[in-house]
Design a protein around this ligand. Structure first.
Ligand code: FHN
Length: 417
């Protein structure tokens, strides 16, 4: 069997992906937790099932938007906590092929993104409010079990696990090569073997040996001997871990920060808090400067369209990456201390300087005296005169990430001035 390093090599090269949360919840347009938060009964929620027509769903347009944004992989929700399946599962009737949409939305997604050369990931919620044998948890009990009688309804959790494992098998058998399996999420004592996670992981790897899997079945990828189900990458959410993520030996582990483009995962009609292109670029640079990936989320509307606001931000980020992508793809952490004015990313002996907070006067490069072979502005390839330790005045702002070729791969000594 391949190692985590072998399986994640392409993933750590690609660095930037598109997360997509889409489903029935886009109709009420109050986020993907709307059924749970508002304790909707099945009957209430089924009204959305009966009208879901995906009439403007065009996954090729989604794939082109991701490509234009410089995103090299994507992860789409196949089933969220509400239990609604975007794929033609033989194990349930609560699926897109039984709605007015009448289509296997996952098949179309996989085909469209592959045709655009984008790696495909599938998100699958191990929480399922729609399944009679799923217990719900904590104060987020199963929406249908909000009353005393329902709360004490007998369930057969093993029957739920047979269903859950069966659907994962369907997803990894029926749609060709899948690059990422993105589970969501373990909690409290519902973790690890409570999901029969070892059995599940072994089944997955027997069907798709090269697939990479996130860490949300439980276990700890940072442990000296991680559980078999601990996955291949860590998935911090709405946060960039301050020092990146390392194992007990201080060695970086693969990680990916999943972050919303506005404030919601699923479509929310009142949410206009979109991050600016510059904020997204800085977030991406920060992730890569700490050896991490960024999975940036969009929530398409009830008809299947990514919002105009999202598309505009993605397009501008893509233009920056068109000019500066060498400082992101295949790059990672530098041994140099973080400079006051921004961040470094590095690939071999190429150091990339991202200036975020330029003070007055020239830019100071601590520790690089006598270490630089040449310096260029990525945006236009122009030469940067570097009278070390100062960078000449003409260097401007983040849109022009610079690269500096270090003499040999030797990194400067910390005490160099
Ligand atoms: O509850 C979900 C939430 O709706 C969303 O899917 C995020 C994305 O990572 N995961 C869970 C919250 O951690």
């Amino acid at each position: 069997m391949s190692t985590i390093e072998e399986r994640t090599e392409w993933f750590l090269q690609d660095r930037f992906g598109m997360f997509i949360h889409w489903g029935l919840y886009a109709i009420p347009a109050r986020g993907e937790w709307v059924r749970g938060n508002e304790r909707m009964s099945f009957e209430q929620y089924k009204t959305y099932f009966d009208e879901f027509d995906a009439s403007r769903y065009n996954p090729r347009a989604w794939a082109r938007a991701a490509k234009a944004a410089g995103q090299k992989y994507a992860v789409l929700t196949t089933k969220h906590h509400d239990g609604f399946c975007l794929f033609d599962s033989k194990l349930t009737d609560f699926k897109a092929t039984n709605t007015p949409a009448g289509r296997d939305l996952i098949r179309e997604y996989v085909e469209a993104f592959r045709e655009e050369g984008i790696a495909v990931g599938l998100y699958y919620s191990i929480i399922d409010w729609n399944h009679d044998d799923y217990p719900g948890y904590g104060d987020r009990i199963h929406p249908d079990r909000d009353n005393e009688a329902a709360k004490n309804k007998p369930i057969d959790f093993d029957r739920y696990l047979t269903y859950m494992h069966g659907q994962v098998r369907e997803l990894l058998t029926n749609y060709g090569k899948i690059d990422i399996m993105w589970f969501d999420f373990s909690y409290d004592n519902m973790t690890g073997e409570k999901w029969k996670a070892t059995e599940l992981i072994r089944m997955i790897r027997s069907i798709q040996p090269d697939i990479i899997i996130d860490n949300r079945l439980g276990g700890d990828i940072r442990a000296a001997e991680p559980e078999e189900y601990a996955g291949d990458f860590y998935s911090p959410e709405q946060i960039i871990p301050p020092g990146g993520i390392v194992d007990v030996n201080g060695v970086s582990v693969p990680w990916e920060a999943c972050i919303t483009l506005n404030d919601n995962w699923g479509y929310h009609s009142g949410d206009n808090a979109y991050k600016s292109p510059k904020q997204v670029i800085r977030t991406l640079v920060e992730c890569v400067s700490k050896n991490g990936n960024l999975l940036l989320n969009v929530g398409p509307d009830a008809k299947g369209e990514i919002t105009r606001e999202s598309l505009d931000v993605l397009a501008e980020v893509g233009e920056w990456l068109r000019l500066n992508g060498d400082s992101i793809y295949g790059c990672g952490i530098s041994a140099l201390a973080k400079p006051e004015w921004g961040r470094y990313t590095q690939k071999g002996n190429k150091l990339y300087a991202h200036v975020f907070d330029r003070g007055v006067g020239p830019i100071y490069f601590a520790g690089l005296k006598g270490k630089i072979k040449r310096a260029r502005l990525l945006r236009d390839g122009s030469e940067l005169k570097v009278e070390l330790p100062w960078m000449a005045e003409q260097y401007s702002d983040i849109e022009g990430g610079a690269f500096i070729t270090l003499k040999g791969a030797a990194l400067p000594d910390e005490n160099d001035t």
